[in-house]
Design a protein around this ligand. Structure first.
Ligand code: AMP
Ligand code: MG
Length: 328
């Protein structure tokens, strides 16, 4: 079977066609770009999505060499995300499902990052470190549901990086630029290391990092220290979840999974724990239609569809509130 998936939780509008045997027929996207020094503006991002949607849906079909009537299900990211952005994706999905009489499947964006990570890396039953603009969570599946072992108590690691980047005058998302700046230094300045039980707190890191930069420390040194501190905290809580769950795999997914220093730290930890590290490939680590199309396949095959008049978007839709019966 074929599923067309639509992603539109934040910056990215993405459309993908994937088959039930995991073959990626197409995955196209375009992202709203915030002006340098500013963050995402939900209304402007949703305007971008409305303008980009028709061409991207057509491109996804053209690249896949299929017609809409050959698609078996339409999946959309129902949350969590920014309301105006989510509504564009849901509206496009409803229109297609209604006109072409196709089943509609709501997909949780976070589960999308995880299931795509499993598909592309080969991880089967991992402890997952989900690190992106919208998420910082350590989760694992138990009895047909992804359960949260630990998470951020305040900002996500993506927000940490992007907020610091904005303060340094970079445009969002700033991850790749901060990673490059960090590579140019190996001078560590201590920043607040705050692990509370299985959770992490990153707000102290951002406040101190901004202060350090404004008191004359160069951006490379502060970027390096910020990465070292935040990634060490994430590695510690991931290690704890691994020991507790007795799983033997760690999967890193979400936009921040593209960071090579994070991978390096987790690699050392996994070797010490006799476990295997799986990374989502860098080019699929950020938001994309494929994460939704693939989750749509899994959900649809497990019997999950929603009537168009009951379809929803939820700005807050935690992954531990969503059944994942395909994992039973
Ligand atoms: P997502 O929300 O999954 O699209 O992920 C976007 C987040 O990933 C943004 O906060 C980016 O700054 C961050 N990101 C992207 N590439 C990197 C990288 N190489 N290192 C660290 N963070 C990154
Ligand atoms: Mg995301």
């Amino acid at each position: 079977m074929l599923c067309l998936g639509i992603e539109s939780t934040a910056h990215t509008f993405g459309v993908s066609v994937v088959s039930s045997d995991g073959k990626v027929l197409s995955d196209v996207k375009d992202a709203y770009k915030a002006p340098p020094g500013s963050g995402i503006h939900p209304r402007e991002a949703s305007r971008h999505h409305s303008e980009a949607a028709p061409k991207l849906v057509q491109d996804a079909l053209d690249v896949a060499k299929v017609r809409l009537d050959e698609i078996d299900a339409i999946a959309y990211s129902a949350g969590p995300g920014l309301g105006p952005c989510l509504r564009v994706g849901a509206t496009v999905a409803r229109a297609l499902a209604s006109y072409y009489r196709k089943p509609l499947v709501p997909a949780n964006h976070a589960i999308g990052h995880i299931e795509l990570g499993c598909l592309l890396s080969g991880a089967k039953d991992p402890v997952v470190l989900l690190v992106s603009g919208g998420h910082t969570m350590i989760v694992a599946c138990h009895s047909g549901r992804w359960r949260v072992f630990g998470e951020t108590l305040d900002i996500t690691v993506g927000q940490l990086i992007d907020q610091f980047g904005r303060e340094a005058g970079l445009s969002s998302p700033a991850g790749p630029q901060i990673e490059n700046l960090a590579k140019a230094s190996n001078e560590y300045v201590p920043l607040p290391y705050s692990v509370k039980g299985n959770d992490v707190s990153l707000s102290g890191v951002i406040t101190s990092a901004k202060k350090l930069m404004h008191s004359g420390n160069n951006v490379s040194k502060v970027s390096f220290s910020l990465q070292e501190t935040a990634f060490a905290m994430l590695t510690e809580v991931t290690e704890r979840a691994l020991a507790f769950s007795e799983k033997k795999e760690v999967l890193v997914t979400g936009g921040v999974a593209a960071n090579s220093r994070l991978k390096e730290m987790l690699d050392v930890m996994c070797r010490e724990q006799d476990s295997k590290l799986y990374m989502i490939p860098r080019e699929k680590s950020g938001d994309c239609g494929l994460q939704i199309a693939w989750t749509g396949i899994l959900a649809y095959q497990a019997g999950i569809t929603i009537p168009i008049d009951q379809s929803f978007v939820k700005q807050s839709w935690r992954l531990d509130r969503v059944d994942a019966p395909w994992r039973n």
